[in-house]
Ligand binder design. Structure first.
Ligand code: SF4
Length: 305
């Protein structure tokens, strides 16, 4: 079936549904969605929407978070196998053992995690509010789950708490190296460098700005600068260029492509509508506990970045 034909079919079937798409999705998915955003923005939108059915174009934990926040809604993910390699880097047993080693610590869990890991946590965070979330806690010791890079970034910003990151990492962002950033600066000497906090500290330390994808969009829009080098998943430069005609966005490296985020194609979205697949279901007890951790995060007032 031709691309245009699929898009027409989707728009006919779409009534009473909303398509949400993460900023790392394929361009054609971003183009047919009702809302684009980072994981915090999409979680908030999913919770506030009055629509009964949400088609979530992202990876599994994101659609799961939408279902946890809105259990009364039907949440579909067009590819059930679109997972997150970072989320898979800690098991429930490992988290329970980690907690036993530090009984006085609060557990802060990045939303890139499964529902059962969230359910075992005190509070969730995203890449845009991680520092704020950790600062909001009274505990002096924090177990930061599962991303060591985001954990180390938070650690660099907070000196009055002991932050102990888990050993996980995002393989997509881990591919960006210091050599990449130095080469990109030489190639585009007038450009400002924005990187995601899932990058390693040596990359973060060399950047001009460290931001979530939502933060990158906001900064690019409001900035007087006209040229940027972008250090995150490749889908982001499409979104930035689309939203900011007249400004230039270069990939810091061609390497960071998230194979999971790129799994969803237009035909999968059409199949989601036609076959009502794949429904996200979360165990009631796990959902209740995970919602507590997500709500605790959503109750914190957002930074202005
Ligand atoms: S880019 Fe990394 S953290 Fe994001 S979905 Fe892909 S593997 Fe997970």
């Amino acid at each position: 079936m031709e691309k245009e034909e699929i898009i027409i079919k989707i728009s006919k079937l779409k009534q009473n549904s909303i398509i949400l798409a993460h900023n790392y999705q394929n361009p054609e998915i971003q183009d047919i969605s009702d809302y684009n955003g980072d994981s915090l923005q999409l979680a908030r939108i999913a919770a506030e929407l009055k629509t009964y059915r949400i088609i979530f174009c992202g990876v599994h934990f994101m659609a799961e978070s939408a279902k946890i926040l809105s259990p009364e809604k039907e949440v579909l993910i067009p590819r059930y196998d679109a997972g997150c390699q970072l989320a898979d880097m800690i098991t429930l047993e490992e988290l329970k053992d980690f907690k036993k080693d530090y009984p006085d610590a609060a557990v802060v869990t990045y939303v890139n995690s499964s529902a059962e890991i969230k359910a075992e946590s005190d509070i969730c965070c995203t890449s845009s509010n991680a520092v704020q979330v950790v600062n909001s806690l009274k505990n002096k010791r924090i177990l930061f789950i599962p991303d060591k890079n985001l954990g180390n970034y938070v650690k660099s910003k907070i000196t009055d708490k002991e932050i102990i990151p888990w050993k996980g990492y995002c393989p997509t962002h881990q591919k960006i190296t210091l050599a990449d950033i130095l080469a990109a600066r030489r190639k585009y000497p007038d450009a400002k460098v924005m990187v995601h906090p899932e990058c390693t500290m040596e990359v973060i330390n060399e950047a001009d700005f460290v931001l979530s994808t939502g933060g990158m969009l906001k900064l690019a829009k409001g900035s007087e600068h006209k040229e940027f080098i972008i250090g995150t998943e490749k889908g982001m430069t499409y979104r930035l260029s689309k939203d900011n005609p007249g400004k230039l966005f270069h990939d810091l490296s061609p390497k960071p492509v998230c194979r999971e985020m790129k799994k969803i194609k237009l035909v999968d979205v059409l199949n989601a509508f036609e076959k009502n697949q794949y429904r996200i279901e979360v165990d009631e007890e796990i959902s209740r506990k995970a919602k507590k951790a997500l709500d605790a995060m959503l109750d914190i007032k957002q930074d202005k970045n």
